[in-house]
Design a protein around this ligand. Structure first.
Ligand SMILES: [Zn+2]
Length: 232
């Protein structure tokens, strides 16, 4: 009787273990992500297939800020930073893909960020919805950069092109430690040039961010192209 019960228990354990193992195959690394905000839409897994990418083409990572994790800032009407970021990041990925680049569109805590190697990585965020009168965008790189000249050039290109395309003013006075010690900068390979852009304030820059995400995306994509075409 005891033997039968033990065997049944062992079988049950094995079945559960196999179910969990299968679950992990379908959703790799999910258990390692922070648990909250599972309702937030993740970014698309891959923006490009390798077949679309010409040999020697630049490779770029685009993080849709907060995707797959939480909402980010939320406006009184329910508009979330995460949805704004995702629309812009998807368009950045599409534009760079059309240019023949290899592109990885990633979630906020994407498993691929660990040791990530590419010609550039840009994380797309937007600023809070509770600062009436605040307008503008800003770009930052990690404080203790291993490649400060490259990363300064990436930041400068993003400033220059985003400003030219969107006509939004610069708002560098509101750059926070959250930006300069952004978690993804610690995760990626230290020789992958990385930058984070806050594309505007959700309240006063709402027209650009919500109604013209393709314009915002054009500014970011042009910044990446400026950086990469200059480095070649
Ligand atoms: Zn954010």
């Amino acid at each position: 009787m005891l033997v039968v019960a033990s065997t049944a228990l062992l079988a049950a354990v094995l079945i559960v273990w196999r179910m969990l193992a299968v679950g992990q195959e379908i959703l790799p690394g999910r258990a390692m992500r922070p648990a909250s905000g599972n309702e937030i839409a993740p970014a698309a897994r891959n923006a490009t297939s390798t077949a679309d990418v010409s040999p020697g083409a630049p490779h770029v990572g685009v993080v849709a800020g907060h995707a797959g994790y939480d909402t980010g800032a939320v406006c009184p009407d329910g508009l979330s930073e995460a949805e704004v970021n995702l629309a812009i990041a998807q368009e950045v990925a599409a534009l760079l893909t059309r240019k023949g680049y290899g592109v990885d569109l990633m979630d906020e805590y994407d498993d691929r960020l660990s040791g990530y190697r590419a010609d550039a990585l840009v994380s797309v965020h937007a600023d809070s919805c509770d600062v009436p009168g605040a307008t503008g965008f800003k770009v930052a790189r990690v404080t203790d950069s291993a490649i400060p000249e490259d990363e300064d050039r990436l930041v400068a290109c993003l400033y220059q092109e985003y400003e030219a395309v969107t006509s939004l003013p610069r708002h560098p006075s509101s750059i926070t430690d959250d930006m300069t010690s952004y978690h993804a900068f610690r995760e990626i390979d230290h020789y992958t040039p990385g930058a984070i852009i806050e594309t505007g304030f959700l309240l006063d820059d709402h027209d650009l961010l919500l109604n013209r995400p393709k314009l915002a995306a054009r500014g970011i994509a042009a910044g990446v192209v400026c950086f990469l075409e200059d480095s070649q």
